[in-house]
Design a protein. Structure first.
Length: 185
C-alpha cells in the first residue's frame, strides 16, 4: 500500500521504513540464495551491508536485506531463481545510481514468507570493479571497498544520518584493514 501513495519516491521510502520492519537476513539464508544463483549460472556481486562484511570476512552487524548486483541479461533468470526459493516481488524501481560510472537499469525488491528481503539491481557487470570476500568461509564477489563507499552515498540516499554513519564506519574499518593487509578486523 505504501508504494501506491501519491508521494515522491523519497517520501514513500521514508514511510515504508516506518511501516515495514524487515527481520534480519541470516548468513545461512544469504548462502542459500548465493548457492541457488550459482546453480542457475547467475553471476552476482554483493553490495551494501553483506558486501562490506564479506570483504572483512565476518559479520559486523545484523542486516535487514541482501543487496545484489546482477547482469542485465541475467535479471529475469535471477528473478526466477529467487522465486524458486520462495521470494516474491514486492517493489520495483529504476533506474538509479550504483557508482560514479554506472547506473542500475532496474531494481527489484523481493520478500520471502518470513519477510526477509533481497534486492536485485540490474547492471552491466563487466563495468564493475570487484574484489573477493567471504561469508561463512565461502568466497563471494563484492564491489571493491572504494566503490562500496561511493555507492552507499548514492544508493542509500533515503537513509537516516545514523544509518549512513554506521555504514561509513563499517566501510572505513574494511578499508583500513585491507590497507594494513590484516585479516583481523
Amino acid at each position: 500500500m505504501v508504494w501506491r501513495l501519491p508521494l515522491p519516491h523519497r517520501g514513500r521510502a521514508a514511510v515504508g521504513q516506518l511501516v515495514y520492519r524487515n527481520p534480519a537476513i541470516c548468513s545461512e539464508r544469504v548462502l542459500e540464495a548465493l548457492g541457488a544463483f550459482d546453480e542457475a549460472k547467475v553471476e552476482t556481486v554483493l553490495i551494501g551491508g553483506w558486501g562490506i562484511d564479506a570483504l572483512g570476512g565476518r559479520q559486523l552487524r545484523p542486516h535487514a536485506d541482501l543487496d545484489l548486483l546482477v547482469d542485465e541479461d541475467d535479471f529475469e533468470r535471477a528473478t526466477a531463481t529467487l522465486e524458486g526459493l520462495g521470494y516474491r516481488p514486492w517493489n520495483r524501481s529504476g533506474p538509479g545510481p550504483i557508482g560514479e560510472l554506472q547506473r542500475f537499469s532496474v531494481a527489484q525488491t523481493f520478500r520471502d514468507g518470513a519477510l526477509r528481503v533481497v534486492e536485485l539491481h540490474a547492471v552491466v557487470l563487466e563495468r564493475l570493479r570487484t574484489d573477493t570476500g567471504s561469508i561463512g568461509g565461502r568466497p563471494v564477489t563484492c564491489l571493491t571497498p572504494e566503490d562500496q563507499m561511493r555507492s552507499q552515498q548514492l544508493v542509500g540516499r533515503n537513509w537516516t544520518r545514523g544509518q549512513r554513519l554506521k555504514h561509513r564506519s563499517n566501510v572505513a574499518a574494511i578499508l583500513l584493514a585491507l590497507q594494513q593487509g590484516s585479516q583481523n578486523l
